[in-house]
Write a protein of this length. Structure first.
Length: 298
C-alpha cells in the first residue's frame, strides 16, 4: 500500500478514522509506507481530520442559523397578523359607532377562536424542540388533539365575507356600492378572510415541520392533506350547521347526523363547499411552503 492509496482509503471511510487504519496497518504498514511517507501520511490525516471537524461545526452552525431564520420569519409574520387583527377590530368598532348598531360585534369572539390554533401549534413547536419527558409528551398529545378541534376556526374567517353584503340592501333605491360604509365592510371581511387562511396554513406548517422529524415526507404530506380536509369540513359544519369546536366532544352523534342529512339532500352544497375551501387552503399552503423555501431552503 502506498501513501496515496492509504489517503484515499481513509478519506472514503470518513475523516477521524485514520487512527483505526493506523492500528490495522500496524508495524507492517509503517514499513511499507516508509518513515517519510508515514510522517506525510499522518500529517495528511491530521489535515483531513481538521477539515472534517470544521465541516461538521459549520454544518451545525448552519442548522442553527436556519432555525434562527425560521423563527425570525414566524415572528415577523405574527407581527403582521397581529397588526391586521387590531386593524380589523378597529374598523368594526368604527362601523358600529357610525351606524349606531351592533354590526360585526361577533368578530371579537370569532377572531379570538381563529388565533387559538396558531397559539397552540406555536406552543407545541416550542415544547417539542426542548428535551422531551413523559409529561411533556403527554402534554403535546393533548395539545395536538385540541389543535385539531380548533383548527377550522381559523379558515372559518374566510366565510365572514358574506357579512359584507348582509348589512346592505341590494334591492334598495340607492346603489349600495356607492356607500363608503359598504367598502369599509368589504375591506374588513376581505382582510379577515386572508387573516384566517394565513393563521390556518401557518399553524399547519408548524405541525408539518414536527411531523417531518418523525415521518417520511410522503406520510407527512398525507397527514397534512387529511388535516386540511377535516379543517374544510369543520368550516362547513360551523357555518351551515352552527356547531362549535367543543360540540365534537359533547354531541358527536348529532353532528354526524347533520352531515349525513346534508349529504343525502338533493340540493346539498356540502361536497362542493368543502372541496372549495380545501382547494383554497391547499393553494395557500403550497404558496407558503414555496415562499419559506426560498427564504431559508426548507
Amino acid at each position: 500500500m502506498n501513501a496515496n492509496t492509504a489517503k484515499v482509503f481513509v478519506f472514503l471511510l470518513g475523516s477521524g478514522r485514520y487512527v483505526r487504519i493506523y492500528h490495522i496497518l500496524g508495524y507492517d504498514g509503517r514499513v511499507l509506507l516508509g518513515r517519510r511517507s508515514h510522517r506525510s501520511f499522518m500529517k495528511s490525516m491530521n489535515r483531513l481530520s481538521g477539515t472534517a471537524l470544521a465541516y461538521h461545526q459549520g454544518k451545525g452552525n448552519r442548522s442553527e442559523e436556519m432555525n434562527n431564520i425560521k423563527n425570525t420569519i414566524y415572528l415577523k409574520m405574527s407581527s403582521v397578523l397581529i397588526v391586521a387583527t387590531i386593524g380589523c377590530l378597529l374598523v368594526a368598532v368604527y362601523l358600529r359607532t357610525k351606524s349606531n348598531t351592533n354590526m360585526y360585534q361577533f368578530l371579537t369572539w370569532d377572531i379570538f377562536l381563529a388565533w387559538v390554533p396558531f397559539i397552540i401549534s406555536s406552543t407545541i413547536s416550542y415544547v417539542s424542540n426542548r428535551k422531551l419527558t413523559r409529561t411533556s409528551i403527554a402534554l403535546v398529545g393533548v395539545m395536538c388533539a385540541c389543535w385539531l378541534f380548533f383548527l377550522p376556526n381559523s379558515a372559518y374567517l374566510f366565510t365572514e365575507i358574506l357579512h359584507a353584503f348582509r348589512y346592505f340592501d341590494p334591492q334598495g333605491e340607492t346603489k349600495f356600492w356607492v356607500n363608503i360604509d359598504f367598502w369599509y365592510s368589504l375591506s374588513l371581511t376581505f382582510v379577515l378572510a386572508i387573516l384566517g387562511l394565513l393563521l390556518s396554513i401557518c399553524s399547519i406548517h408548524q405541525i408539518h415541520k414536527l411531523l417531518n422529524k418523525r415521518l417520511n415526507p410522503f406520510s407527512g404530506m398525507v397527514v397534512v392533506g387529511v388535516v386540511l380536509l377535516l379543517s374544510s369540513l369543520g368550516v362547513y359544519i360551523g357555518r351551515f350547521n352552527r356547531w362549535n369546536s367543543w360540540d365534537v366532544l359533547k354531541q358527536p352523534g348529532l353532528i354526524l347526523k347533520d352531515i349525513m342529512t346534508d349529504l343525502s339532500a338533493g340540493n346539498s352544497i356540502l361536497v362542493e363547499f368543502v372541496a372549495m375551501v380545501f382547494v383554497i387552503q391547499v393553494l395557500g399552503y403550497i404558496t407558503l411552503r414555496i415562499l419559506m423555501g426560498k427564504s431559508n431552503n426548507i
